[in-house]
Ligand binder design. Structure first.
Ligand code: NAD
Length: 260
């Protein structure tokens, strides 16, 4: 029996919206929050029905929504549909990104269009979702926003300048939003994974190849691959009342590679 089915989850009665949840880490985050009792809205450009159905089969309450996080109208519609289905919104996980699909390349090979695209999804998408969610959280004087950053932004990993810059912006935006929203009871934190074997990473030669894998492993105090389940305890913690006095922080989960 899941925590939700037994009514014992630490997120019992909470409503969470997770972006980029059709597959990969987003789908894992949605399952983990559901297993702790949250009602979950899965949002993605791609179809989230499959991920949603798996949660329902485990006894969770989930809805599948399609939205492009760069489109303000679509984000607002997804937030409205979540409130209509579950009566409010307490938790936002900004996970959608141009990420696993990106190729490693030198700065000179990144086009202006690629730069703008990465910034639009990873930075402005995070902003659009926060902007739409905050009024609902403010109504309840309580909310949890978890923005997914990346260890690459802390380490300055080469070969991904647009992506690294976007995740650095997510960390800075998280700090400024935490100060702005604290008085309304809204906590804003980052979870920063290291290289993690999500579906997209496993399928991508640049990330699953021996070079990337061994570079990542030697940099870690705990020298093994990062798996999606390694992130779930931290995600649940940042969404739960156990972290209510923590805001504006970045929790790095990478086996001890970036030490801040
Ligand atoms: N896997 C890793 O090694 C790793 C490491 C550090 C950080 N991260 C971060 O974790 C998150 C998830 O990683 P992943 O490996 O599952 O990535 P992924 O690329 O497999 O998944 C990203 C998801 O976002 C969705 N998406 C993309 N653009 C969108 C848009 N405009 N609107 C709505 N949805 C959109 C995609 O459809 C996809 O389902 C990302 O923010 C990524 O940057 C991942």
């Amino acid at each position: 029996m899941t925590a939700e089915a037994s009514g014992r989850g630490v997120l019992d009665g909470r409503v969470a919206l997770i972006t980029g949840a059709a597959q990969g880490l987003g789908a894992s985050f949605a399952s983990a929050l559901s297993a702790q009792g949250a009602c979950v809205a899965l949002v993605d450009l791609s179809d989230t029905q499959g991920a949603c159905e798996r949660i329902r089969l485990s006894g969770g309450r989930a809805i599948a929504l399609r939205a492009d996080v760069t489109r303000r109208d679509e984000v607002q519609a997804a937030v409205n549909a979540t409130v209509q289905a579950f009566g409010g919104l307490d938790i936002l996980v900004n996970n959608a990104a141009l990420s696993a699909a990106l190729r490693l390349c030198r700065m000179s090979d990144i086009t202006s269009e690629q730069w703008d695209q990465v910034m639009a999804v990873n930075v402005r998408g995070t902003f659009e979702c926060m902007k739409a969610a905050v009024p609902l959280m403010a109504e309840r004087s309580y909310g949890k926003i978890v923005n997914i950053a990346s260890g690459t932004a802390i380490k300055g990993t080469p070969g991904l300048l647009h992506y690294v810059a976007s995740k650095g912006a997510v960390i800075s935006m998280t700090r400024a939003a935490a100060r702005e929203l604290g008085a309304q009871g809204i906590r804003v934190n980052c979870l920063a994974p290291g290289l993690t074997r999500s579906e997209g990473v496993v399928a991508h030669p640049d990330w699953s190849g021996e070079a990337a894998r061994s570079a990542s492993l030697v940099s870690r105090a705990l020298q093994r691959d990062g798996q999606p389940q390694d992130l779930l305890g931290s995600m649940v913690f940042l969404c739960s009342s156990a972290s209510d006095f923590i805001t504006g922080q970045t929790l790095v989960v990478d086996g001890g590679s970036a030490m801040v």
